[in-house]
Design a protein around this ligand. Structure first.
Ligand SMILES: [Cu+2]
Length: 180
């Protein structure tokens, strides 16, 4: 019985040591080497609307702010309700991703809204990492690249720029290790 107890304790001890060794790295999101991240992304259009008697239409046409915004003025949105006005915005969901330098970023993207999008990826220096590709509604697309540079990579749809975009923030792999 005593023997069993000792064995159990050493098991717990080993478990604690493993936790202490691996937990800080896990909390910081650090891994021993480069990792591949598969990120499921959806191209969506969010819509909203109200009536002019509740809220005046915007003084600036949202279409002038981004090609990704749409605006249907009173009388245009709904013929049977001339007060009704509507807005919408094309988005990538998620729109922000964090990885570490050297990681492989794999996007699997599904297009729900919009018949057509032209998508490309640029690195932190603006160089094209993935050439512009046409994405159509109802299809799933895959794109993959290695995050070689520190900083922000941008996945952008040229039809709905600048707001239909995703930012990939690349952090140093071994933060703090060379400090001091
Ligand atoms: Cu688009």
């Amino acid at each position: 019985m005593g023997k069993t107890k000792v064995l159990n304790l050493s098991g717990i001890h080993a478990g604690l040591v493993l936790l202490l060794v691996f937990l800080p790295g896990q909390i910081l999101g650090q891994t021993a080497g480069p990792t591949t991240y598969t990120i499921f992304m959806t191209a969506v259009e969010v819509k909203g609307g109200t009536t002019a008697d509740k809220l005046a239409p915007p003084p600036v046409n949202p279409k002038d702010l981004s090609k990704g915004y749409d605006f249907k003025a009173p009388g245009e949105a709904d013929k049977s309700n001339p007060q009704r006005w509507e807005v919408s915005s094309y988005r990538f969901d998620p729109g922000f991703v964090t990885v570490r330098q050297g990681d492989t970023v794999k996007f699997t993207a599904f297009v729900v809204n919009g018949d057509e999008h032209h998508v490309r990826v640029n690195d932190p220096d603006g160089r094209e990492v993935i050439a512009e590709t046409k994405w159509n509604r109802g299809r799933e697309y895959q794109l993959s690249f290695v995050a070689k540079k520190l900083g922000t990579y941008h996945l952008t749809c040229s039809d709905h720029a600048p707001t239909m975009a995703a930012t990939i923030l690349v952090l140093p792999r071994n933060r703090g290790r060379n400090e001091g």
